[in-house]
Ligand binder design. Structure first.
Ligand SMILES: [Ca+2]
Length: 347
């Protein structure tokens, strides 16, 4: 009973969810998501949270994995939750690679299936090339924003963010990428690495040089969500068992995990990017900065002169965090039912 009381207070009464379904004009936090949406389904859970949050102004989704199916799946998910208006950028060159679990042989592929069965988004089936250039999309969003008003959630690889930093003046702005980021971005929230040191897939799995470039040179505040924190929290079980059969993220979880709750790296990262520490997280360090090495491993440098970077630690219990995510997934899925105008077959 105590757990239920705490959760209902959290969800109904406090700052985490001040009232769902507010009109766009009163949504506060300007958010851009950079996602791989390919080898783990937790990106889909994260997109559900962001697309259905009443407090987030989702400006763009950039896809950092080159599979065309990742791009189309992002479009399908956004459309289902009534956010087909959110522009999508895609790393080039695109390919038609699908995920295969050559590590444990236990996980299934979801991106192409979501894309195929939910084709009504701004990028229909077969049209991934119509996605925008992610660097141009970043520069457009940043140049149009007020200073210090944008949060970027990085829940995958670093090709797009590195490209943004390397970009030069264009028709959107006279500023370089570094200057644009320094002026416009309040915080970069990164799922990647482990803390205080480790060797994690998002940092090494694509191009560690890009990771180094972004993490070691980013001109502003960064908050990290590490491997161990997300590994400790499993979610998606109730979405699979109790969610609406027409929901694309429910289908993605079923296709990927076969009914097993999944680690929550990206959804936890989005909770922080959307709501800050709230009653969920605290900063595990007072000072210092993260250093990424050539092989993608990372080490925290405890430099008392640096206070712009932190890594997150849960203050909410693991059980509460799991319950919270599962509740938010179900609320988002219920909201999706009111937004989706396309009939989907029961999958
Ligand atoms: Ca991811």
């Amino acid at each position: 009973m105590r757990l239920l009381a705490i959760l209902s207070q959290l969800i109904v009464g406090t700052s985490l969810l001040p009232g769902r379904y507010l009109p766009l004009s009163v949504r506060g936090k300007n958010l851009i998501i950079d996602t791989d949406l390919f080898s783990d389904v937790d990106d889909a859970g994260a997109l559900l949270l962001a697309a259905t949050s009443p407090t987030v102004n989702l400006l763009a989704v950039n896809v950092n994995h080159p599979s065309s199916y990742s791009v189309l799946a992002a479009s399908a998910i956004l459309r289902h939750y009534g956010r087909g208006d959110v522009p999508i950028g895609a790393r080039r060159p695109l390919n038609n690679v699908t995920f295969f679990d050559a590590w444990s042989y236990s996980l299934g592929e979801f991106a192409s299936k979501v894309a195929y069965h939910y084709p009504g988004g701004s990028l229909p089936w077969g049209r991934a090339e119509d996605a925008r250039d992610p660097i141009r999309l970043y520069r457009k969003c940043l140049s149009e924003a007020q200073d210090g008003s944008i949060t970027i959630a990085s829940i995958g690889f670093f090709e797009n963010l590195s490209g943004l930093l390397n970009s030069t003046a264009d028709d959107y702005s006279d500023l370089t990428g570094y200057e644009l980021v320094a002026a416009k971005v309040a915080e970069l929230v990164v799922m990647g690495g482990d803390y205080p040191s480790g060797y994690e897939f998002n940092f090494f799995g694509d191009n560690p040089q890009r990771t180094q470039h972004v993490v070691n040179t980013w001109p502003g505040r960064i908050t990290f969500s590490g491997y161990s924190m997300g590994l400790n929290v499993s979610s998606g079980g109730r979405l699979m068992s109790d969610g609406p059969s027409s929901d694309p993220v429910r289908s993605a979880y079923l296709w990927y995990t076969y009914n097993v709750p999944r680690f929550s790296w990206d959804p936890l990262t989005l909770l922080y990017a959307m709501h800050g520490l709230d009653d969920i997280f605290e900063y595990a360090n007072e000072y210092g900065y993260n250093q990424v090495h050539a092989n993608g491993s990372n080490t925290w440098i405890f430099d008392e002169g640096s206070s712009d970077q932190h890594w997150l630690k849960l203050v909410m219990s693991r059980e509460h965090a799991e319950e919270l995510l599962d509740t938010l997934y179900l609320e988002g899925a219920a909201y999706g039912l009111t937004q989706s105008k396309v009939e989907h077959p029961d999958l």
